[in-house]
Design a protein around this ligand. Structure first.
Ligand code: PLP
Length: 431
């Protein structure tokens, strides 16, 4: 590759697929391949169809750190943030940030290696131990993300003689992970125990069976019926897996998750979760479960074997977050009242809020364009919320997903409800 090509940069080369590189336009020889016309037409048509459907996902640019009050490029002053998964407000917690800085200084920016070559530091082992302790499971393995943890689990655990029974609304990363494994697949209706039982009967002849569900479903904030799931799993000799990304740190009396909330910590065998939401919000995911499974994952799980170790600052931040939660359940409990304040006031104002007591509060609107327009109007009133539409949620079920954080004040919540009332009236959603 010539220097001149390199100077165009990766972004420019990528753009070159859609339009010529500026250097090429300036009359010099084009080093960057333009897309053949046929490819360009296909891409443009696809992009146009997304715009036409009103499902285009723009990205707003935040110019401050994550928190309940942020600065957003193009908007004046302080903006109230109600769309982060920063459930416990730990993303910018001073102790969490300090631990990240200290880990950066002591252990460097990164390992330049996967774990099994020369990428395991004492801080990785320590975090794995703390997470296993937090979830009260035998062992833990870290990944670069929970997406990776979900991509790496099923293929290792389940073969062609086995079966996986998965809730139809499970997270995309679970669906992708299951696609990678060779087990027989059974998809049961969302949170439908009767249908799950049917599928358990159908899969009787399998060697191993794994029931797979999100603990909390992120688009609706609804909690999986884990007690019923565990009862059925035990009756039919199956194991239970839960994805706790939207539960770890704050569901249950000590924030251990939906398994704690529903009293089934000793009946759910495998838990995957993220460090990228309540636990400091940086990045990273993990699996906790039986020691033999975790050992097997270290030997065979492809996203673990073939991807870089978690960077020390990320490990430092997450470790401090877990330590804070192990030391006290105060933060975990601080959110419930705020969540109920928002849900009750919005319902009284005439809005439909999906889910029950979870800090994910989906304001149901139906129409994709309406959700997007209302979110834009909310930002004009100083409140940052996001409209979700197909394919993230089913067609006709567009919504604005509001997420409450322990760091929000009552005043923040009241201001947001007022802004919803104003925009809801403007768009005819409420009278
Ligand atoms: N599982 C669920 C339920 C999620 O909501 C997410 C993130 O959006 C993931 C997995 C992936 O987590 P991560 O961001 O750590 O890859």
């Amino acid at each position: 590759m010539s220097l001149r090509t390199a100077a165009c940069g990766f972004g420019a080369r990528l753009r070159g697929v859609l339009q010529p590189c500026p250097a090429a336009v300036a009359g010099r020889r084009a080093f960057v391949a333009a897309a053949p016309q046929a490819v360009q037409s296909v891409l443009e048509a696809e992009l146009d169809s997304i715009r036409a459907a009103g499902t285009w996902k723009g990205e707003r640019v935040i110019t401050s750190k994550q928190g309940p009050h942020i600065c957003v490029d193009g908007s004046r002053g302080d903006i109230l943030n109600f769309c982060a998964n920063n459930y416990l407000g730990l993303s910018s917690h001073p102790e969490v940030v300090k631990a990240g800085v200290e880990a950066l200084q002591k252990y460097g920016a990164g390992l330049s290696s996967v774990r099994f070559i020369c990428g395991t530091q004492n801080i990785h082992k320590n975090l794995e131990e703390k997470l296993a302790q937090f979830h009260e499971r035998e062992d833990c393995i870290l990944y670069a993300s929970c997406f990776d943890a979900n991509a790496g689990l099923f293929e290792v655990l389940l073969g062609p003689d086995d079966a996986v029974l998965s809730d139809e609304l499970n997270h995309a990363s679970i669906i992708d992970g299951i696609r990678l494994c060779r087990a027989k697949r059974f998809r049961y209706k969302h949170m439908d125990l009767n249908d799950l039982e049917e599928k358990l009967k159908e899969s009787q002849s399998s060697r191993l069976r794994l029931v797979v569900t999100d603990g909390v479903f992120s688009m609706d904030g609804d909690v999986a019926p884990l007690k019923g799931i565990c009862d059925l799993a035990e009756q039919y000799g199956a194991m239970v897996f839960i994805d706790e990304c939207h539960a770890t740190g704050f569901m249950g009396a000590r924030g251990r998750g939906t398994d704690e909330l529903l009293g089934v910590m000793d009946r759910v065998q495998i838990v995957n979760s993220t460090l990228g939401k309540a636990l400091g919000g940086a990045a990273g995911g993990y699996t906790v479960g039986p020691k033999a499974l975790i050992e097997l994952l270290r030997q065979r799980s492809r996203p673990y074997l073939f991807s870089n170790s978690l960077p020390p600052p990320v490990v430092g931040c997450a470790t401090r977050a877990v330590e804070l939660l192990l030391a006290s359940n105060e933060i975990a409990q601080s959110m419930a009242a705020k969540t109920m304040r928002f849900r009750n006031n919005m319902t009284q104002a005439g809005f439909t809020i999906s889910g029950s007591a979870h800090p994910i509060c989906p304001v149901m609107l139906g129409d994709a364009r309406l959700a997007s327009l209302m979110a834009d109007d909310m930002l004009k009133l100083g409140v940052y919320v996001i409209g979700f539409s197909y394919p993230v949620v089913p067609k006709g079920k567009a919504r604005i997903r509001v997420q409450i954080s322990a760091a929000h004040t009552d005043e923040d919540i009241d201001r947001t409800v007022d802004a919803f009332i104003q925009t809801g009236r403007k768009h005819g959603v409420i009278s």
